[in-house]
Design a protein around this ligand. Sequence first.
Ligand code: ATP
Ligand code: MG
Length: 370
Amino acid sequence: MFGGEQTEPTKFIRLLRITLKRNEAGLHCNSLGINHGQMVASMPLALILSMATGSALGMSAGGFASMVGAMLMLLPSINRLTRINSVIQKGIASAHSIFDLMEETPEDKGRDQPLAKASGHILMRDVHFSYQEEGRAILNGVSFEVEPGATIALVGPSGAGKSTIVSLLPRFYEASSGEVLLDGIPVSHYPLQDLRKQFSYVSQNIQLFSDTVANNVAYGALHDADPCEIRKALDMAQASDFIDQLPQKEHTMIGENGVLLSGGQRQRLAIARALLKNAPVLILDEATSALDSESEHEIQNALDNLMQNCTTIIIAHRLSTVKKVDQILVVDGGMIKECGTHETLIAQKGIYARLNALSFADGEIITVEN
Ligand SMILES: Nc1ncnc2c1ncn2[C@@H]1O[C@H](COP(=O)(O)OP(=O)(O)OP(=O)(O)O)[C@@H](O)[C@H]1O
Ligand SMILES: [Mg+2]
């Protein structure tokens, strides 16, 4: 989504080279050590044997030493033969995973309808989808439309298919049937790179890298972003306060997948990354679920500004975050069961009204009014 396929191979190959060099050096030292050791150990042995036996056995000292030497050398070779099987098995297992990867079908790169900047009109028409061929249907005829610049929310129970719906837009998966259109053209008609440039996406499963805060925000195609822009995005995502407390500020390493940060801090970095990308369509999948009400409220203000210029799809369980959107779609069992504004849906007294009543009972309404 962030164009990492351009930069990741270079990083990956650099790391592979380092690993290869280290392995080679290790093997080199190991083999040299074994050979030299064996030679040093066998020379005094040969000397002592030749002195001790003289010509008593009717064979020359050299002949005797060779015979004993050969016998001694037989043992490690037999040992090595028994060990070679495990090396071969390891090789076979590695070959399996390498061939599996080589046999993966490459991602369809799309057709050649160029797309510089979309207006952000989204249309799904009778979309069906299942993750496996012949598998359980996850989406059962989803249809909806989002006007350019509008904000919609997808709400509904866990496992209803909300994340699946949005994952069809940047073509993480292909719909089994039905149409997914961006600006009136099927998404598969655009080159994949052009298509994915149109989305800023904060996914439910945030992916961070073992790198600095700044490099995580300016990730992939954004890697040459202006440091001031990065700082601005971090400010908007309410991340500046905690970053200023880190030992090297935005140049601090955050560990594998950001393990050195809290859940809410990781979410704020992901939001900053999406804000920096500033694409025509913003998708927020449970983007603020791990934040306290105050931070969420402040990020919401920053997002409100951003949302004025782009089409936004919000997925949220906390209904307080979706009250003001233009249209709320209630997803259940892979279908859109209800659709309307907060007020009309409450009046319908359906699933949304029930979910809303439950969040009221949980005390969420208190944070809303605040
Ligand atoms: N990669 C996948 N492979 C197979 N099945 C999947 C995959 N991802 C999701 N599913 C299934 O698809 C269904 C819908 O999942 P989805 O993630 O869209 O739900 P959701 O509405 O976003 O739920 P939540 O609110 O918990 O995030 C679930 O039943 C899930 O088990
Ligand atoms: Mg989800």
